[in-house]
Design a protein around this ligand. Sequence first.
Ligand SMILES: NC(=O)c1ccc[n+]([C@@H]2O[C@H](COP(=O)([O-])OP(=O)(O)OC[C@H]3O[C@@H](n4cnc5c(N)ncnc54)[C@H](OP(=O)(O)O)[C@@H]3O)[C@@H](O)[C@H]2O)c1
Length: 254
Amino acid sequence: MRPGDWVIPADAGLGTWRTQAVFPEASLLQVPSDIPLLCAATLSVNPCTAYRMLADFESLAPGDSVIQNAANSGVGQAVIQITKATGIRTINVVRDRPDLPKLVERLKALGADHVITEDMLRKPEMKEIFKSIPKPRLALNCVGGKSTTEMLRHLQPKGTMVTYGGMAKQPVTVPVSAFIFRDVRLRGFWMTQWKKDHAHDKESLSSMMDTLCQLVQRGQLGAPACTTVPLEDFKEALVASTQPFTSSKQVLLL
Ligand SMILES: NC(=O)c1ccc[n+]([C@@H]2O[C@H](COP(=O)([O-])OP(=O)(O)OC[C@H]3O[C@@H](n4cnc5c(N)ncnc54)[C@H](OP(=O)(O)O)[C@@H]3O)[C@@H](O)[C@H]2O)c1
């Protein structure tokens, strides 16, 4: 590394709440200095989580499909963009809201193939979607509760659901029939654990970061929808971050 290089912390929590620091080179990951600052600042958690969940649980090929809830979350937006770049189709579940068409438009502009509400998961119209794309082999669950149970119904037999978040603070309930007749696989993922497990496997980490940075450089992966807030206004950012339907990350500027 040389003066002027751009780096991000290799692990979560490193370097927060400060503008300058001295670290061993091994604690930092170099990123290209020609990518947008907000992309670099938000790269190490959500896009990496999306990338790993798409790569490590099912071997997906162009034309396959993935279903995910909380599709407008930071992770969800990265899933939409990474799948779009690799030819995988997505069914994206969001909560209903007053300005739903605006959100649908925004997610489709990112590359989402289908955007539906949680209520629609139970409707017969779902059949229409599966006329044009195959049933998903992978489901990404960020919510729990009813949303997850309904989403699971659409998974292919022997498909995998990966839980990485629990926004509804409700347990995941799985019908017995999903195990007996469809042999679904339920897995979990935690990026922090992946980094610990791969602490000596620098190649996996750098290959993931290279791929993500190339997607950014090609304009296929952007930062999530963000509101940038000067540090002194952190209280406003905290309030905004707890409101439903904001669909915007609060990024503090130090
Ligand atoms: N396991 C891991 O390695 C890993 C990595 C990254 C993130 N995460 C976790 O994943 C989750 C999302 O992270 P993020 O940074 O992507 O979040 P984010 O950008 O802040 O988005 C939060 C999402 O949750 C939705 N949501 C909130 N309450 C909900 C509810 N009761 N029912 C359904 N949806 C609800 C929001 O939708 P609305 O617009 O409808 O409010 C939004 O889509 C967090 O729990 C985070 O801790 C886990």
